[in-house]
Design a binder for this molecule. Structure first.
Ligand code: ATP
Length: 198
């Protein structure tokens, strides 16, 4: 199996690209989805959140992911503390998913924190979806209905996109039209020997 780590900044276009890859028949492990699952399966995480933030992050007893996201995006220290609790569990579940998909030729791990949380160490190939900051802010504001300042805070709370580009084996530039992005992606897939499975 060839493990491909896919990453990029917030609203860079990872999901858009993943949808295209899934249509080609590639199996994708979504780290964000796994993070949500982890919140459901480990009651101790709920206990930790309740103890740390109180009722602010719960609505009628159910975790309010948006409220949690606000705290975590705004405060680096809180983010690091939270990641230290949740990441080992996410990693375990990611490994389990890879094992379940062991017969696949290519499996993608879609992980916004691929480099930050060192998922890349277990990947054979890494790809960063790059987007210029102006386009990124515009898309983020539109998609999440955010004011520019909020969007900027979220973008700037992350690892610099250029750093991700430096660390990765391949880059797909999604600053322009989607059709050009997909053409670039096709070239990368060719370079890594990907054959259309369908
Ligand atoms: P996140 O990590 O925040 O979930 P993401 O990297 O998965 O984001 P997407 O959700 O795929 O990013 O894209 C962000 C937004 O930009 C979406 O609303 C998507 O429809 C739009 N978008 C993606 N690519 C393009 C493009 N080339 N041109 C215009 N809009 C785009």
């Amino acid at each position: 199996m060839i493990k491909i780590g896919l990453t990029g900044g917030i609203a860079s276009g990872k999901t858009t690209i993943v949808k295209y890859l899934m249509a080609l028949g590639v199996k994708v492990i979504d780290a964000d989805l796994i993070a949500r699952e982890v919140l459901e399966i480990y009651p101790e995480i709920h206990a930790y959140l309740k103890e740390t933030y109180g009722d602010v992050v719960f609505r009628e007893g159910i975790l309010d992911r948006k409220a949690l996201g606000k705290i975590i995006f705004l405060d680096k220290e809180e983010r690091e503390k939270y990641n230290a609790v949740i990441m080992p569990r996410i990693k375990k579940l990611v490994e389990k998913r890879f094992r379940e998909l062991k017969d696949e030729k290519y499996v993608i791990l879609d992980a916004p924190l691929l480099f930050e949380e060192k998922f890349d160490k277990n990947m054979d190939i890494t790809i960063t979806v790059y987007v210029e900051k102006d386009a990124q802010l515009k898309r983020l504001m539109k998609r999440d209905n955010l004011m520019e300042k909020e969007a900027l805070t979220r973008v700037e709370s992350q690892m610099d996109m250029r750093e991700k580009v430096r660390k990765s084996d391949y880059v797909v530039n999604n600053s322009g039209e989607l059709i050009d992005t997909l053409a670039e992606l096709t070239l990368v897939l060719k370079k890594i020997g990907f054959e259309n499975e369908k």
